[in-house]
Design a protein around this ligand. Structure first.
Ligand SMILES: *Cc1c(COP(=O)(O)O)cnc(C)c1O
Length: 437
């Protein structure tokens, strides 16, 4: 730190509060912000020396924990060669090798890879691909999306337009946002048998509007930031069938679920169904550097290529950044070489056991666990500042929102760490009823 400017952490925090925007925060920021000095393994070390067990994996991304020697080396080795070159007219080994790996790991029909710099952009690209697909086939009416309520797909305009229309930001930007169709959210519950009526809203929208729908976009099995909801694989199978029947493309947003989080490498494997377009991000680089990818089938790429406008209309400055590609390759290798399935299954058991006592609490509406995701849903929204401060006092880093206190720990979390996180979650919602709004 340059101590001419900031002579103490408090001064740094004052400046942060007054000048630096944080995610979904006001300016000046009235939320607590904790300064981190370093991070290693499952632990964040705050500037005052306190250590927190990380229950967030930095928003689903840091699946191997922090400061991992293998990932550090991958970045360092690549840095010695080049940190970045433009991707227009140039290519490089890390990008091609990563594309090959993603094509190999994702369901077989997904063959073509577009790299971008964040999940939201990967969703923008997916939407463009879908609309250009129909345009190239001479159908200019198919420009709408069909999404489901409680979904989350990112913060840029295209992505925002398919987020939940109530919880999302539609009202503020309504004049600018394209209007899409929204089916009722899939009914909650991974194991819940599907009733015919559960699909009614989705099916009737398809029936009425498929002539103008380019694609369905949905997060497979787990709806993340839109409510941490799990739904049945059968629902996803029926969505695929309906897309085929009504000639609509299917986009899976696996940005939160990809790379093992739900217990399968990709969440669509729970249902055994394959999308036409798939978005990846978050854990792709093990949480090191922002990178995302949009994969498409050959049917999609071929149709675009044969159209009146054969090039895909996108090309970010930092497309396929070599540092990000190199660390993504190392992260995926590390994941595949580890016994991640066992680890995630063990974390799932520990979360089930650890969170179970919350079920009987009067403040709690639901407790649910899938893979390395544990959720306590409350009857009322949490007051973020006091509940976060209490969790920090207990040595745990979590970021509750709305009515949700949830965790998705790094896969390297040990049993005692998962137990610490689960106990803290149960205790804050039990003891600190005042923390509810
Ligand atoms: C986080 C997320 C995004 C957006 O990714 P960013 O990298 O934050 O732009 C999109 N879709 C889903 C399902 C996500 O969880």
């Amino acid at each position: 730190m340059d101590d001419r400017l900031f002579s103490s952490i408090d001064e740094l925090l004052d400046y942060d509060k007054a000048h630096v925007w944080h995610p979904y925060a006001s300016m000046p920021n009235d939320n607590l912000v904790f300064p981190v000095a370093s991070a290693r393994g499952t632990k964040l070390t705050l500037c005052d020396g306190r250590e927190l067990v990380d229950g967030m994996s930095s928003w689903w991304a840091a699946i191997h924990g922090y400061n991992h020697p293998v990932l550090n080396r991958a970045v360092r080795d690549q840095l010695e060669k080049m940190s970045h070159v433009m991707f227009g007219g140039l290519t490089h080994e890390p990008a091609v090798r990563l594309a090959e790996k993603l094509v190999r790991l994702t369901p077989e029909p997904l063959q073509k890879v577009f790299f971008s710099d964040s999940g939201s952009v990967a969703v923008e690209v997916a939407i463009k691909m879908a609309i250009q697909y129909w345009f190239s086939r001479g159908d200019t009416r198919k420009q709408k999306l069909l999404a489901v309520q409680s979904g989350y797909h990112g913060d840029t305009f295209g992505a925002m337009s398919v987020c939940d229309p109530v919880a999302g930001m539609h009202r503020i930007f309504s004049g600018l946002l394209p209007e899409h169709h929204f089916a009722k959210a899939p009914p909650g519950g991974y194991d819940r048998p599907l009733e015919e009526e559960d699909l009614e809203s989705f099916r009737s929208l398809m029936e009425a509007h498929s002539h103008e729908i380019a694609a369905v976009i949905i997060e497979p099995i787990v709806q993340g930031a839109g409510g941490m909801r799990f739904y049945s694989p059968e629902y996803l199978q029926r969505v695929r069938e309906l897309c085929d029947r009504y000639d609509v493309l299917l986009i899976f947003d696996e940005i939160a679920t990809g790379f093992g989080r739900t217990g399968k490498l990709f969440a669509c494997e729970h249902a055994g169904v394959v999308p036409d377009i798939m978005c990846l991000g978050k854990a792709l680089t093990g949480g090191y550097i922002s990178l995302a990818a949009t994969l498409a089938t050959e049917r999609v790429s071929d149709s675009i290529a044969r159209g009146e406008h054969p090039v895909l209309m996108h090309g970010p400055t930092f497309m396929a950044n070599p540092l990000a590609c190199a660390v993504a390759l190392a992260s995926i290798d590390l994941l595949l070489k580890s016994d991640w399935e066992e680890k995630v299954a063990r974390i799932e058991d520990e979360l089930r056991r650890g969170l179970a006592p919350a079920r009987s609490l009067p403040t709690v509406a639901d407790v649910r666990v899938l893979g390395a995701i544990g959720v306590i849903e409350l009857k009322r929204p949490v007051a973020m500042n006091p509940i976060t401060a209490d969790l920090v006092k207990r040595g745990v880093w979590l970021r509750p929102f709305g009515r949700l206190v949830y965790t998705m720990p790094p896969f390297i979390a040990e049993t005692d760490e998962v137990e610490l996180i689960a106990t803290a979650m149960v205790e804050v919602v039990a003891v600190d009823v005042n923390f509810l709004k």
